[in-house]
Design a protein around this ligand. Structure first.
Ligand code: ADP
Length: 484
């Protein structure tokens, strides 16, 4: 049994912008079920305070660099018995909007201060300086928002071992030198083997430089970030960590209770390998929702995504337009939000092909489940993808993923080559080069196989039999904690 403090800036079901929240809800829950004494710590955003029923203050702290004292609140993660600690600083976290940005989508101006305050509070708890009489053996941090803590405690005696997980290296928490000064951070951290990155303050380097071990969320992404193309200038440091045996990839799991076609409360009709016919009822509902003709023989393609360049939305738009122009028997339904230009382009495509394309701009948990269940294939032509969760949900729902061969997508989808089909391992479709032509060819390949129901059905079953539960990943994390 280990004592673990799990620090994250977003935790499902309280607040979420992406996969990090899913992981921060599921992994601690899995570790808790395995008997570990794990506590999650996150900022007390207004959204969390509104949702949590039982919540009480357990400590007051005064942190370096901040005038007002802060409070630590305790609660439990909804739907579990996992202890949840919240860092309460109303002027930093009790406001309308998302965890990093205002209701209109602009990053908060004081993000550096907000997450420095949070990281300092986590450091106090990690060092048992909050009067709680509890010190973790392991401090597990994720992404730049939490990355300062390993740096702050690196030199202290009797500190916990530190693990830092990269969920997406594209987000690094870069700020100016002036901000470094304003935050009253120790001057000894300002050098190229510290937090400095070409004259800027790089918060993610707190984790990359000072954590005892770095993980990322898939084995392939762990290799990719050691290269120029994916490393954002940090590839040298990351290659060194890999050589030192201090960087590894552990694939994310999925929450099998939440994402289960047998029990999913959002579906028109639940289904399983034994009654796959019921999946088509969900397809009809989805077509109806988007005002598309309810046809069974059309290949219905789903997308649920942040609309950002990473996700290859532009490739999808181009490839799907070509296919629609050529009269391919396809439909596309897309749920997402993000860059206005992509939102606009999707709406235009919808206007041009109202009986082929459905678009819903926004964030919608129920619809996400319905798209996973009702679609025949799921599109994820990402330029890079640290792990990706939607392709894992898709596998579980028998919705064959069409993915680019990168990161976690490469690790979890088996391409429908003739060989893989013959040996019964194929679960989806993959392509290598990041361009619309390749995607178009791959969709055509899927369309061909879709005409062969026996093969398709076999692939659906193989996909649904894959096991990406958290239990397995959680055990790998425990082995890592033990090894440190
Ligand atoms: P990323 O973390 O890069 O956004 P992932 O595939 O790892 O990508 O995780 C995305 C998560 O967010 C999934 O659980 C997905 O279902 C969810 N998601 C993304 N966009 C939406 C949306 N518009 N509505 C509902 N869920 C969404």
């Amino acid at each position: 049994m280990r004592k673990i403090l799990f620090s994250s800036s977003e935790v499902h079901p309280l607040i979420k912008t992406g996969g990090l929240a899913d992981v921060s809800g599921s992994l601690p829950t899995a570790l808790h079920l395995q008997g570990h004494d794990i506590r999650i710590i996150m900022p007390a955003y207004r959204k969390c305070l509104e949702q949590l029923e039982k919540i009480h203050p357990i400590a007051t702290l005064k942190l370096d660099g901040f005038h007002l004292p802060i409070e630590i609140f305790q609660s439990t993660l909804p739907g579990t018995n996992v202890p949840l600690l919240l860092v309460h600083s109303p002027q930093h976290f009790d406001r309308e909007g998302g965890p990093y940005s205002s209701p209109t989508g602009e990053d908060w101006q004081d993000n550096a201060a907000r997450f420095t305050l949070f990281s300092r509070a986590v450091a106090a708890l990690a060092m048992n300086q909050a009067g709680l009489n509890w010190q973790p053996d392991v401090l597990h941090c994720s992404d730049w928002q939490t990355a300062l803590t390993p740096a702050l405690i690196a030199d202290l005696p009797n500190r916990p071992v530190t693990v830092f997980t990269i969920h997406n290296l594209a987000y690094q928490g870069l700020f100016s030198r002036e901000i470094f000064d304003a935050l009253d951070l120790p001057e000894k951290l300002w050098h190229s083997d510290g937090l400095e990155f070409y004259g800027l303050l790089s918060l993610i380097k707190g984790g990359l430089i000072y954590a005892d071990h770095i993980t990322t969320v898939s084995p392939t992404y762990a290799k990719e970030i050691c290269n120029y193309e994916f490393g954002y200038g940090l590839e040298g440091l990351l290659s060194l960590r890999a050589k030192q045996g201090r960087l590894s990839g552990i694939l994310n799991g999925i929450d099998n209770t939440e994402w289960n076609p047998k029990k999913d409360r959002y579906l028109t009709k639940t289904y399983s390998i034994k009654n796959l016919r019921n999946k088509t009822i969900n397809k009809a509902s989805l077509q109806q929702y988007f005002g598309l003709p309810e046809k069974e023989d059309v290949l219905l393609m789903g997308i649920i995504s942040r609309l950002v360049p990473q996700k290859g939305i532009d490739l999808t738009l181009e490839a799907v337009t070509k296919l629609l122009e050529s009269g391919a028997n396809i439909q596309l339904v897309c749920l997402g939000s993000g860059e206005p230009s992509y939102e606009q382009d999707l709406r235009i495509l919808r206007a041009r092909y109202p009986d082929k394309v459905g678009v819903d701009i926004g964030y919608n948990e129920a619809l996400a489940h319905q798209i996973e269940a009702g679609s025949d294939v799921f599109l994820m032509p990402s330029r890079f993808e640290p792990c990706g969760l939607n392709q894992l949900y898709s596998l579980r729902y028998g919705t064959l993923p069409i993915v680019r061969n990168t990161g976690g997508l490469a690790d979890t989808v088996v391409d429908a080559t003739e060989n893989n089909r013959k040996n019964g391992t194929a679960t989806g479709f993959k392509f290598d080069q990041s361009n619309a032509g390749e995607l178009e060819k791959t969709i055509s390949r899927a369309l061909d196989l879709f005409q062969r129901p026996r093969i398709w059905r076999k692939m659906m079953i193989t996909a649904m039999e894959q096991n990406y539960s958290w239990q397995q990943s959680a055990e790998t994390y425990v082995q890592l904690y033990e090894s440190l």
